[in-house]
Design a protein around this ligand. Structure first.
Ligand SMILES: C[S@@+](CC[C@H](N)C(=O)[O-])C[C@H]1O[C@@H](n2cnc3c(N)ncnc32)[C@H](O)[C@@H]1O
Ligand SMILES: [Zn+2]
Length: 304
Protein backbone atom coordinates (compact mmCIF):
# COMPACT_ATOMS: atom_id res chain seq x y z
CA UNK A 1 0.00 0.00 0.00
CA UNK A 2 1.59 3.34 -1.00
CA UNK A 3 2.29 5.78 1.80
CA UNK A 4 -0.43 8.46 2.08
CA UNK A 5 1.96 11.41 2.21
CA UNK A 6 3.34 11.36 -1.32
CA UNK A 7 3.44 14.97 -2.61
CA UNK A 8 1.29 14.58 -5.74
CA UNK A 9 -0.63 17.27 -7.62
CA UNK A 10 -3.82 16.83 -9.60
CA UNK A 11 -2.94 16.98 -13.33
CA UNK A 12 -6.27 18.76 -14.01
CA UNK A 13 -6.34 21.55 -11.37
CA UNK A 14 -2.91 21.38 -9.59
CA UNK A 15 -4.46 20.84 -6.12
CA UNK A 16 -2.82 18.25 -3.86
CA UNK A 17 -3.87 14.67 -4.59
CA UNK A 18 -4.71 12.45 -1.65
CA UNK A 19 -4.54 8.71 -1.51
CA UNK A 20 -7.89 7.07 -0.70
CA UNK A 21 -7.87 3.47 0.49
CA UNK A 22 -9.83 0.75 -1.31
CA UNK A 23 -13.46 0.49 -0.13
CA UNK A 24 -15.45 -2.68 -0.74
CA UNK A 25 -15.14 -3.56 -4.43
CA UNK A 26 -13.60 -0.15 -5.17
CA UNK A 27 -9.91 0.16 -6.01
CA UNK A 28 -7.79 2.72 -4.13
CA UNK A 29 -7.85 6.14 -5.76
CA UNK A 30 -6.05 9.48 -5.91
CA UNK A 31 -8.49 12.32 -5.30
CA UNK A 32 -8.21 16.13 -5.20
CA UNK A 33 -10.46 18.57 -3.34
CA UNK A 34 -12.16 19.57 -6.61
CA UNK A 35 -13.43 16.04 -7.12
CA UNK A 36 -10.99 14.86 -9.80
CA UNK A 37 -10.42 11.20 -9.09
CA UNK A 38 -8.06 8.59 -10.51
CA UNK A 39 -8.74 4.94 -9.66
CA UNK A 40 -5.90 2.45 -9.40
CA UNK A 41 -5.74 -0.11 -12.19
CA UNK A 42 -6.31 -3.69 -11.06
CA UNK A 43 -2.53 -4.17 -11.03
CA UNK A 44 -2.08 -1.24 -8.62
CA UNK A 45 -0.72 1.63 -10.75
CA UNK A 46 -2.52 4.93 -11.49
CA UNK A 47 -2.95 6.32 -14.98
CA UNK A 48 -2.93 10.12 -14.68
CA UNK A 49 -2.58 10.56 -18.46
CA UNK A 50 -6.18 9.56 -19.13
CA UNK A 51 -7.56 11.34 -22.19
CA UNK A 52 -4.29 13.15 -22.93
CA UNK A 53 -2.55 10.63 -25.18
CA UNK A 54 1.11 11.04 -25.98
CA UNK A 55 3.15 11.04 -29.17
CA UNK A 56 5.77 8.74 -27.58
CA UNK A 57 6.03 5.06 -28.29
CA UNK A 58 5.95 3.25 -24.95
CA UNK A 59 7.88 0.05 -24.36
CA UNK A 60 5.76 -2.92 -25.44
CA UNK A 61 4.63 -5.77 -23.17
CA UNK A 62 7.21 -8.06 -24.81
CA UNK A 63 10.08 -5.57 -24.28
CA UNK A 64 9.03 -5.13 -20.67
CA UNK A 65 8.92 -8.92 -20.15
CA UNK A 66 12.51 -9.17 -21.45
CA UNK A 67 13.60 -6.36 -19.10
CA UNK A 68 11.86 -7.99 -16.17
CA UNK A 69 13.55 -11.35 -16.85
CA UNK A 70 16.99 -9.86 -17.41
CA UNK A 71 17.00 -7.56 -14.37
CA UNK A 72 15.24 -10.17 -12.23
CA UNK A 73 18.17 -12.53 -12.85
CA UNK A 74 20.42 -9.96 -11.18
CA UNK A 75 22.82 -9.24 -14.08
CA UNK A 76 22.82 -5.50 -13.33
CA UNK A 77 22.71 -5.85 -9.53
CA UNK A 78 26.11 -4.07 -9.03
CA UNK A 79 24.70 -1.01 -10.84
CA UNK A 80 21.46 -1.16 -8.83
CA UNK A 81 23.48 -1.34 -5.60
CA UNK A 82 25.79 1.53 -6.61
CA UNK A 83 22.80 3.74 -7.40
CA UNK A 84 21.05 2.85 -4.13
CA UNK A 85 24.24 3.57 -2.16
CA UNK A 86 24.47 7.01 -3.82
CA UNK A 87 20.80 7.83 -3.18
CA UNK A 88 20.60 6.95 0.53
CA UNK A 89 22.87 9.73 1.91
CA UNK A 90 20.50 12.27 0.31
CA UNK A 91 17.50 11.02 2.28
CA UNK A 92 16.51 12.52 5.62
CA UNK A 93 15.71 10.04 8.42
CA UNK A 94 11.99 10.79 8.16
CA UNK A 95 9.67 11.90 5.39
CA UNK A 96 12.12 11.24 2.56
CA UNK A 97 10.68 11.17 -0.97
CA UNK A 98 12.27 9.44 -3.97
CA UNK A 99 11.07 9.89 -7.56
CA UNK A 100 12.22 7.24 -10.05
CA UNK A 101 11.53 8.73 -13.47
CA UNK A 102 11.21 6.15 -16.27
CA UNK A 103 11.03 3.49 -13.56
CA UNK A 104 10.39 0.67 -16.04
CA UNK A 105 9.89 -2.59 -14.16
CA UNK A 106 10.92 -0.87 -10.90
CA UNK A 107 14.03 -2.98 -10.22
CA UNK A 108 16.28 0.00 -9.45
CA UNK A 109 13.67 1.54 -7.18
CA UNK A 110 13.30 -1.80 -5.34
CA UNK A 111 17.01 -1.74 -4.51
CA UNK A 112 16.81 1.91 -3.41
CA UNK A 113 13.83 1.31 -1.11
CA UNK A 114 15.55 -1.66 0.48
CA UNK A 115 18.82 0.23 1.00
CA UNK A 116 16.90 3.18 2.47
CA UNK A 117 15.02 0.93 4.89
CA UNK A 118 18.26 -0.83 5.89
CA UNK A 119 19.78 2.59 6.66
CA UNK A 120 16.76 3.55 8.81
CA UNK A 121 15.38 6.12 6.34
CA UNK A 122 11.59 6.22 6.34
CA UNK A 123 10.85 7.05 2.71
CA UNK A 124 7.99 7.17 0.26
CA UNK A 125 8.44 6.76 -3.47
CA UNK A 126 6.95 7.66 -6.81
CA UNK A 127 7.63 5.49 -9.86
CA UNK A 128 6.77 7.21 -13.12
CA UNK A 129 6.69 5.75 -16.62
CA UNK A 130 4.76 6.15 -19.85
CA UNK A 131 4.41 2.38 -20.35
CA UNK A 132 1.52 0.77 -18.52
CA UNK A 133 3.08 -2.62 -19.26
CA UNK A 134 6.16 -1.54 -17.31
CA UNK A 135 4.05 -0.17 -14.46
CA UNK A 136 2.10 -3.42 -14.08
CA UNK A 137 5.42 -5.02 -13.16
CA UNK A 138 6.66 -2.05 -11.12
CA UNK A 139 3.45 -1.90 -9.06
CA UNK A 140 3.84 -5.57 -8.15
CA UNK A 141 7.54 -5.22 -7.31
CA UNK A 142 7.16 -1.95 -5.37
CA UNK A 143 3.68 -1.97 -3.81
CA UNK A 144 4.76 0.66 -1.27
CA UNK A 145 5.45 3.19 -4.07
CA UNK A 146 2.87 5.20 -6.01
CA UNK A 147 3.35 4.12 -9.62
CA UNK A 148 2.05 6.63 -12.16
CA UNK A 149 1.57 6.45 -15.92
CA UNK A 150 2.82 9.86 -17.01
CA UNK A 151 4.74 11.49 -19.84
CA UNK A 152 7.99 13.04 -18.65
CA UNK A 153 7.70 15.85 -21.22
CA UNK A 154 4.60 17.23 -19.52
CA UNK A 155 4.69 19.12 -16.18
CA UNK A 156 5.13 16.45 -13.53
CA UNK A 157 2.14 15.88 -11.21
CA UNK A 158 4.45 16.41 -8.23
CA UNK A 159 4.71 19.34 -5.78
CA UNK A 160 7.59 21.80 -6.09
CA UNK A 161 10.41 21.46 -3.51
CA UNK A 162 9.17 18.09 -2.28
CA UNK A 163 11.57 15.39 -3.48
CA UNK A 164 14.95 14.39 -2.00
CA UNK A 165 16.24 12.25 -4.86
CA UNK A 166 15.21 11.97 -8.52
CA UNK A 167 16.68 8.92 -10.21
CA UNK A 168 16.77 8.37 -13.97
CA UNK A 169 18.23 5.15 -15.35
CA UNK A 170 18.48 4.89 -19.14
CA UNK A 171 15.36 7.02 -19.51
CA UNK A 172 14.52 10.50 -20.85
CA UNK A 173 15.27 13.55 -18.69
CA UNK A 174 13.35 16.79 -18.17
CA UNK A 175 15.85 18.97 -16.24
CA UNK A 176 13.50 21.93 -15.67
CA UNK A 177 10.87 19.74 -14.06
CA UNK A 178 13.39 17.71 -12.05
CA UNK A 179 14.80 21.00 -10.69
CA UNK A 180 11.30 22.23 -9.79
CA UNK A 181 10.28 19.15 -7.81
CA UNK A 182 13.59 18.69 -5.97
CA UNK A 183 14.20 20.20 -2.54
CA UNK A 184 17.17 22.61 -2.46
CA UNK A 185 19.21 19.89 -0.71
CA UNK A 186 18.05 17.20 -3.15
CA UNK A 187 20.00 15.34 -5.80
CA UNK A 188 19.39 14.18 -9.35
CA UNK A 189 21.09 10.84 -10.03
CA UNK A 190 21.39 9.82 -13.67
CA UNK A 191 22.66 6.47 -14.94
CA UNK A 192 23.70 6.49 -18.58
CA UNK A 193 25.74 4.16 -20.83
CA UNK A 194 29.39 4.99 -21.61
CA UNK A 195 30.99 4.58 -24.98
CA UNK A 196 31.51 0.86 -25.65
CA UNK A 197 28.54 -0.26 -23.51
CA UNK A 198 27.51 -3.73 -24.77
CA UNK A 199 29.50 -3.11 -27.97
CA UNK A 200 30.10 -6.84 -28.61
CA UNK A 201 26.40 -7.59 -28.36
CA UNK A 202 25.44 -4.57 -30.47
CA UNK A 203 27.53 -5.91 -33.33
CA UNK A 204 25.84 -9.33 -33.37
CA UNK A 205 22.26 -8.29 -32.67
CA UNK A 206 21.87 -4.99 -34.50
CA UNK A 207 21.42 -2.96 -31.29
CA UNK A 208 22.24 0.71 -31.57
CA UNK A 209 25.78 1.53 -30.42
CA UNK A 210 26.54 4.31 -27.91
CA UNK A 211 27.85 7.43 -29.62
CA UNK A 212 30.83 9.41 -28.36
CA UNK A 213 30.20 12.79 -26.76
CA UNK A 214 27.14 11.75 -24.75
CA UNK A 215 28.60 13.13 -21.51
CA UNK A 216 29.04 16.57 -23.01
CA UNK A 217 25.47 16.56 -24.29
CA UNK A 218 24.16 15.48 -20.87
CA UNK A 219 26.09 18.24 -19.09
CA UNK A 220 24.87 20.81 -21.64
CA UNK A 221 21.26 19.66 -21.24
CA UNK A 222 21.50 20.05 -17.45
CA UNK A 223 23.16 23.48 -17.54
CA UNK A 224 20.99 26.23 -16.11
CA UNK A 225 19.21 23.82 -13.76
CA UNK A 226 21.90 21.56 -12.31
CA UNK A 227 25.61 21.40 -11.65
CA UNK A 228 27.53 18.13 -11.74
CA UNK A 229 28.79 17.04 -8.33
CA UNK A 230 30.43 13.67 -9.02
CA UNK A 231 30.53 10.70 -11.35
CA UNK A 232 31.11 7.00 -10.74
CA UNK A 233 31.85 4.44 -13.46
CA UNK A 234 30.48 0.94 -12.97
CA UNK A 235 31.61 -1.87 -15.29
CA UNK A 236 30.05 -5.33 -15.32
CA UNK A 237 31.57 -8.26 -17.23
CA UNK A 238 28.48 -10.18 -18.33
CA UNK A 239 28.50 -13.88 -19.21
CA UNK A 240 25.07 -14.67 -20.57
CA UNK A 241 23.01 -17.47 -21.98
CA UNK A 242 21.82 -16.75 -25.53
CA UNK A 243 18.30 -16.26 -24.13
CA UNK A 244 19.52 -13.66 -21.62
CA UNK A 245 21.57 -11.92 -24.35
CA UNK A 246 18.45 -11.77 -26.54
CA UNK A 247 16.45 -10.28 -23.64
CA UNK A 248 19.18 -7.70 -23.04
CA UNK A 249 19.24 -6.61 -26.69
CA UNK A 250 15.46 -6.59 -27.02
CA UNK A 251 14.71 -4.67 -23.80
CA UNK A 252 16.49 -1.52 -25.06
CA UNK A 253 15.76 0.83 -27.98
CA UNK A 254 16.35 -2.04 -30.46
CA UNK A 255 13.07 -3.54 -29.20
CA UNK A 256 11.21 -0.70 -30.94
CA UNK A 257 12.40 -1.79 -34.38
CA UNK A 258 13.45 -5.47 -34.15
CA UNK A 259 11.44 -8.37 -32.80
CA UNK A 260 12.92 -10.71 -30.22
CA UNK A 261 12.90 -13.75 -32.57
CA UNK A 262 15.02 -11.84 -35.11
CA UNK A 263 17.48 -10.95 -32.36
CA UNK A 264 17.53 -14.55 -31.05
CA UNK A 265 18.15 -15.85 -34.59
CA UNK A 266 21.17 -13.56 -34.95
CA UNK A 267 22.61 -15.03 -31.74
CA UNK A 268 22.16 -18.66 -32.82
CA UNK A 269 25.78 -19.11 -33.94
CA UNK A 270 27.28 -17.28 -30.97
CA UNK A 271 28.87 -19.65 -28.44
CA UNK A 272 27.64 -19.57 -24.85
CA UNK A 273 28.31 -17.91 -22.54
CA UNK A 274 27.86 -14.73 -24.56
CA UNK A 275 30.36 -12.21 -23.20
CA UNK A 276 29.54 -8.50 -23.07
CA UNK A 277 30.80 -5.52 -21.09
CA UNK A 278 28.23 -3.24 -19.51
CA UNK A 279 29.74 0.23 -19.04
CA UNK A 280 27.68 2.62 -16.95
CA UNK A 281 28.28 6.10 -15.60
CA UNK A 282 26.40 7.38 -12.58
CA UNK A 283 26.17 11.19 -12.46
CA UNK A 284 25.14 13.07 -9.31
CA UNK A 285 23.76 16.56 -10.01
CA UNK A 286 22.66 19.32 -7.59
CA UNK A 287 19.94 21.83 -8.47
CA UNK A 288 21.07 25.40 -9.09
CA UNK A 289 17.67 27.00 -9.82
CA UNK A 290 14.59 27.35 -7.69
CA UNK A 291 11.19 27.17 -9.36
CA UNK A 292 8.64 27.12 -6.51
CA UNK A 293 5.58 26.81 -8.74
CA UNK A 294 2.76 24.40 -8.07
CA UNK A 295 0.39 25.58 -10.78
CA UNK A 296 1.00 23.00 -13.49
CA UNK A 297 -0.89 25.04 -16.08
CA UNK A 298 1.80 27.75 -15.97
CA UNK A 299 4.61 25.31 -16.73
CA UNK A 300 5.40 25.09 -20.44
CA UNK A 301 5.28 21.62 -22.01
CA UNK A 302 8.74 20.41 -22.98
CA UNK A 303 9.93 18.64 -26.07
CA UNK A 304 12.68 16.02 -26.03
C1 LIG B 1 15.41 1.79 -21.23
S1 LIG B 1 13.98 1.82 -20.18
C2 LIG B 1 14.66 1.99 -18.54
C3 LIG B 1 13.73 1.52 -17.45
C4 LIG B 1 14.35 1.46 -16.04
N1 LIG B 1 14.81 2.75 -15.57
C5 LIG B 1 15.50 0.47 -16.06
O1 LIG B 1 16.64 0.89 -16.21
O2 LIG B 1 15.22 -0.72 -15.93
C6 LIG B 1 13.34 3.45 -20.52
C7 LIG B 1 12.01 3.69 -19.82
O3 LIG B 1 11.62 5.04 -20.07
C8 LIG B 1 10.23 5.05 -20.32
N2 LIG B 1 9.88 6.25 -21.11
C9 LIG B 1 10.18 6.51 -22.40
N3 LIG B 1 9.66 7.71 -22.79
C10 LIG B 1 9.01 8.20 -21.70
C11 LIG B 1 8.26 9.39 -21.48
N4 LIG B 1 8.09 10.30 -22.45
N5 LIG B 1 7.72 9.57 -20.26
C12 LIG B 1 7.89 8.66 -19.27
N6 LIG B 1 8.60 7.50 -19.42
C13 LIG B 1 9.15 7.28 -20.63
C14 LIG B 1 10.00 3.75 -21.08
O4 LIG B 1 8.63 3.33 -21.07
C15 LIG B 1 10.93 2.79 -20.34
O5 LIG B 1 10.29 2.11 -19.28
ZN1 LIG C 1 -8.16 18.35 -9.44
Amino acid sequence: MPSADVPLLCPVCSSPLEHREAEGARQPSLVCRNGHSFDAARQGYFNLLVGKGSPFEPDSAAMVASRFNFLGDGHYRPMEQALAAAVVPNLPAEGAVVLDSGTGTGHYLREILEAAAAAGRQSSAIGLDISKFALRRAARLNPEAVNLVWDIWQPLPVESNSVDAVTVVFAPRNPAEFARVLRPTGALLVVAPRSGHLAELAEVTGMLGIEEGKDERLAAAMAGHFEAESTLDVDIALELSRAAAADLAFMGPAGHHLDRDRIAARLEDTPEPVAAQAKFRLFVFRPTTRMPRNDLATIPRQHP
